[in-house]
Design a protein around this ligand. Structure first.
Ligand SMILES: [Fe+2]
Ligand SMILES: [Fe+2]
Length: 346
């Protein structure tokens, strides 16, 4: 049953209003002051409060915000003997939904009560809808995020499957991507870069040569020097790789490193011939890790170099092919590995 609280300091009015509203089927409580009204509100929920403006002690204007604080859904109709626009504005802005002039016409009261209760129901309903919508949106957003994450993982693992297939065919390439990934990650750590960049490099390392799947095997394993036409063909592995990896657009940074892993510090590399710090740091690191791993791995046309010999061999390229600071990091990482004997595990 709808509960209404009547607050008025004049007993005759309280009783007359209660009688009328009870006859209309409402459950009605009465309070003779703002203080008493607060106590009653404390102990039970009401849909509507009819409230006198002028009362000794707490006035109706003071009571309204306190009552609303207790119950934000409470509809409030003010009763005022004063035909005064200022008071009306004040009570409405304090949170009342309507006001009636005393003496109250019962027909007006019935209409005002109906309006206030309807408005209250609508407010509650629209808030409930709002909440439902917000919950639904949050739920859908979480689902979309989860879908995106699983797509991301799936696409990385598809690219890795491709690389594994490629490396399985080519004994000389076997394990290359994984080793480059590990070394590049360590180089970034040695240089003191953000751990995020190490992680990006571990991803880029695994993916950097995926484009070799599009290069003729005979050329990849050709003993001796490549003709310039063959070299142009090999260079295409970068673009082919980027094409394969394009759907992984969330891996923006790793793909940048892949794109530029054959640039040289002196600007004579490919695909763009970027020089110095125009080359992304991650790509400079990837380049050094890649070259070092190639030299220390067996190829169809040569035996692998020992790590120390490879470092010596590459020294002359510091400042030419390599960023000198990356070359220095390579020397320290490899020297540490040799010292801790972790070389054997590779
Ligand atoms: Fe490459
Ligand atoms: Fe490579």
């Amino acid at each position: 049953m709808t509960r209404i609280l009547i607050v008025d300091d004049e007993e005759t009015i309280r009783l007359a209003l209660r009688k009328f509203l009870r006859s209309r089927g409402y459950e009605v409580e009465i309070a003779g002051s703002g203080e008493q009204a607060m106590q009653i509100l404390e102990n039970g929920a009401f849909s509507l409060m009819l409230c006198d403006v002028r009362m000794p002690g707490m006035t109706g204007v003071q009571l309204v915000p306190l009552a609303r604080e207790k119950d934000q859904d409470l509809a409030i109709i003010m009763l005022t003997a004063v035909n005064d626009a200022a008071t009306a504005t004040e009570v409405l802005s304090a949170g009342a939904s309507d006001y009636l002039m005393k003496p109250v016409e019962l027909a007006d009261l019935q209409q005002a009560v109906d309006r206030a209760l309807l408005k209250r129901t609508e407010l509650i309903e629209s808030r409930r809808l709002d909440m439902l919508i917000r919950e639904e949106v949050a739920l859908r957003t979480a689902e979309l995020e989860a879908e995106k994450e699983s797509l991301r993982l799936m696409s990385v693992s598809i690219a890795e499957t491709l690389i594994n297939a490629m490396e399985a065919k080519d004994v000389y390439l076997r394990g290359h991507s994984q080793r480059v990934a590990e070394l590049a990650g360590q180089l970034a750590e040695e240089i003191g870069l953000d751990p995020v960049i190490s992680e990006e490099l571990r991803v880029a390392g695994r993916l950097h040569d995926v484009g070799k799947i599009g290069i003729r095997e005979a050329i990849l394993n050709k003993p001796g020097r490549l003709t310039s036409e063959e070299f142009e063909h090999v260079k295409q592995h970068v673009q082919i790789g980027l094409g394969i990896l394009a759907p992984l657009f969330h891996l923006k940074k790793p793909l940048k490193y892949v794109e530029h892993h054959h640039e040289r510090w002196d600007g004579t590399g490919y695909p763009l011939g970027l020089a110095g710090e125009a080359i992304p740091m991650g790509a400079r690191i990837l380049c050094a890790a890649d070259t070092f791993d190639a030299l220390t791995s067996k190829r169809a046309y040569r035996e692998p170099l020992e790590p120390q010999a490879a470092l010596e061999h590459l020294r002359i390229d510091s400042g030419k092919q390599f960023d000198p600071c990356v070359y220095d990091a390579l020397v320290s990482v490899i020297t540490k590995r040799l010292a801790t004997d972790s070389w054997k595990d590779r």
